[in-house]
Design a protein around this ligand. Structure first.
Ligand code: ADP
Length: 661
């Protein structure tokens, strides 16, 4: 995933989480506020209900107080006493009532005019209708009437009811109980919903004078309550009877509509409470309270239901939530934009670095990247440039070293060539030397032999003519020429070894050794030396004559350079993985450490000329040449005074550097 995508995703995720958290807390606070608002509105409903009840009570008190007034009482006394005089007052009242009810609606009968326009009625209108209208701007009482104890209307605010009242329940209840509060009813004459309140009117001595009735406008009461208590614009008030009949609503409604089957009614079973419900396509908060005023004789049970627009109640929180969603959306887009920009600012230099790294990998060490910032990426770019610089330095150093090595190698090669040439020259000159030594010794041998022979003849034939000194000088000449002859013979033998090709073939060394022992028979007999052959020698590929020379020389020396009374020579071999190592060991005089190499030089002797039987000092030189001619090596170990062991191989391996027991 690209860096910018990752950045954007992580920013978006963080913001999303924050938004979810914020919305979650808003929702929690909404729930909390809903609870609070619910409880608040319930209190409101309770207060409203109480106020409604109180107002109704106040109006009935008002009616009662008025009824006790002297003018009302005298008017009633007068009416009662007038009827008392009649033989059949009920009949008269009923007659008048039928006259009242039969009058056409638009006309006023004389009886009506008499009652409605009486002084008492005028006062009643003033006190119950006009007073409230003038004071509050609306009516509290829609109508009021006072009837005497026969039920005949004495004063009336208008021609709204019948003339005769005594056959009505409310009238009788007011007369008997002193008070009657009727159910809410629709009054067609005032076209309003209201409550009939009736009170008994008594004389000062308690005699029944009549009944006063007022029709209190529920609309007015609710409106007054609404004005004084309403808290929210959207609040809608409904009054429902305990049995579920809609008694009143602040909006258009159907009077006594049966609501008992509705969800709204079923949710108002408690004493008071609140709930949420959809109505009119919107979520609303409903709060309600039930009231059954036990002091009311009527015992009417009402449910006051308040409906609020939830958005209004939780207005600030809803606004907060909406703003938060808007802010989150804005922040989210800003975060995506910012992270895309940051991602781009990171990706670009990184891409540059990647490209440069690929170029370096491809061998272009001169690559540099642009340092565009002073942050970690900038540091990376600086380090990258330093790295390529260092690489470049290292590379050029390496190149220099390679050149140096090449030069050294070619110098070495030249040196090797030179060495090979010198070696060749050496071989050539060696060969020439050998040739020369051969020719010289070969050619010198004859005249030298002649000199010796003639010196010998001279000594023999002319001894009588020579004095003792002459004879001694001639003897010295013979000895020296013999010695010279020996040297020349040795030189000839030595140069012959180099000149002739080796005749290699499988050779039984036991036979070779038998031959050597035979040839040394005289010296063995003379010295009493014993020659021990530890185990039969193997058959090896070699030049038989030369190898015989090697064994002969080594065994002869072992016998010769020995001063022990019981001389012995031991011949054997060690079978090594690398090859066979032969040895010749003696218990002779031994050789000092410092002479171990010198004895292989030609004509080198460690003793006086005639000591240990004399010798030319070329024997070991010839032995070494034969061994090396076979591709082998020779070396020796010696304990001075104790004995010497010569080891040699024929296949190029060094003889082991340990004593053979
Ligand atoms: P030569 O025996 O004719 O003197 P060599 O080349 O055979 O010549 O020997 C060289 C010298 O090495 C001898 O003079 C002798 O001093 C010494 N040498 C050779 N073999 C032995 C040996 N087995 N023990 C002690 N010394 C030895």
């Amino acid at each position: 995933m690209r860096i910018s995508t990752r950045l954007t995703a992580s920013y978006a995720l963080i913001l999303l989480l924050m938004t979810v958290l914020a919305l979650y807390s808003v929702n929690i606070s909404m729930d909390f506020l809903q609870e609070r608002a619910g409880n608040d509105t319930v209190s409101l409903a309770v207060v409203m209900m109480k106020t409604i009840r109180d107002r109704i009570r106040t109006t009935s008190d008002h009616l009662r107080a008025y009824s006790r007034g002297a003018s009302v009482r005298s008017a009633l006394r007068e009416s009662n006493s007038r009827l008392d005089l009649l033989a059949n007052p009920e009949e008269v009242v009923l007659r008048r009532d039928s006259e009242w009810t039969s009058a056409p609606e638009e006309e006023m009968s004389p009886l009506m005019q008499e009652v409605i326009e009486s002084e008492c009625s005028t006062d009643l209108r003033d006190k119950f209708i006009h007073f409230f209208e003038d004071t509050y701007g609306y009516r509290i009482f829609e109508e009021a009437l006072i009837s005497d104890r026969y039920g005949a209307d004495v004063c009336q605010t208008g021609r709204t009811t019948r003339y005769y009242q005594a056959n009505e329940d409310w009238w009788r209840q007011a007369r008997n109980d002193g008070f009657h509060l009727g159910d809410i009813e629709y009054d067609p004459s005032s076209q309003t919903y209201g409550l009939p309140i009736s009170v008994r009117i008594e004389d000062t001595d308690g005699t029944f004078l009549g009944v006063a009735k007022g029709f209190v406008s529920l609309l007015a009461i609710v409106k007054a309550v609404e004005i004084s208590e309403k808290r929210y614009e959207s609040t809608d008030i409904r009054l429902i009877s305990g049995s579920g009949r809609l008694l009143y609503a602040t909006r258009a409604f159907v009077f006594l509509e049966d609501m008992s089957g509705q969800e709204l009614f079923s949710k108002t079973k408690g004493e008071s409470g609140f709930f949420m419900a959809e109505e009119g396509g919107r979520k609303r908060l409903f709060s309600y309270t039930r009231s059954k005023d036990s002091t009311d004789p009527e015992q009417s049970e009402w449910i006051l239901v308040l409906r609020h627009d939830l958005n209004e109640v939780l207005g600030s929180v809803v606004t907060l939530r909406n703003r938060m969603i808007l802010a989150s959306a804005f922040l989210l887009s800003a975060a995506i934009l910012i992270s895309a920009l940051i991602g781009r600012s990171i990706r670009r230099p990184l891409a540059g670095l990647g490209k440069a790294a690929r170029e370096v990998a491809g061998g272009n060490l001169n690559t540099k990247v642009e340092v565009t910032s002073v942050d970690e990426i900038g540091m990376l770019a600086i380090t990258f440039n330093e790295m390529t610089k260092r690489l470049e330095q290292l590379y050029s150093k390496l190149e220099e070293e390679v050149i140096e090595r090449k030069t050294a190698q070619s110098e070495l090669e030249a040196l090797n060539e030179e060495l090979a040439r010198i070696n060749e020259e050496l071989v050539h000159s060696n060969k020439e030397l050998e040739d020369f030594a051969y020719i010289a010794s070969h050619d010198l041998r004859e005249p030298l032999r002649g000199i010796r022979n003639f010196s010998f003849f001279l000594l023999e034939d002319y001894s009588d003519k020579l004095d003792a000194e002459g004879q001694s000088k001639l003897q010295t000449l013979i000895r020296l020429s013999k010695r010279m002859e020996d040297f020349i013979e040795a030189l000839l033998t030595y140069s012959r070894v180099g000149r002739c090709e080796l005749s290699l073939k499988e050779t039984d060394l036991n036979k070779v050794l038998d031959h050597v022992v035979d040839s040394l028979g005289a010296s063995v007999a003379e010295t009493g030396a014993s020659i021990r052959i530890e185990r039969p020698l193997p058959v090896v590929r070699c030049d038989q004559v030369r190898i015989e020379q090697v064994f002969n020389n080594l065994i002869a020396n072992a016998i010769k350079y020995n001063d022990k009374p019981r001389r012995w020579v031991e011949v054997g071999y060690i079978g090594q993985e690398e090859g066979i190592v032969f040895y010749v060991r003696d218990n002779g005089i031994g050789i000092k450490e410092k002479h171990l190499q010198a004895i292989f030089k030609i004509f080198k002797r460690l003793h006086g000329r005639d000591e240990f039987g004399g010798g030319a000092g070329a024997g070991l030189t010839i032995v070494k040449k034969i061994v090396e001619g076979h591709g082998g090596k020779i070396r020796l170990e010696s304990d001075y005074g104790e004995g010497t062991t010569f080891y040699f191989t024929l296949q190029g391996d060094d003889p082991p550097k340990r004593k053979v027991e």
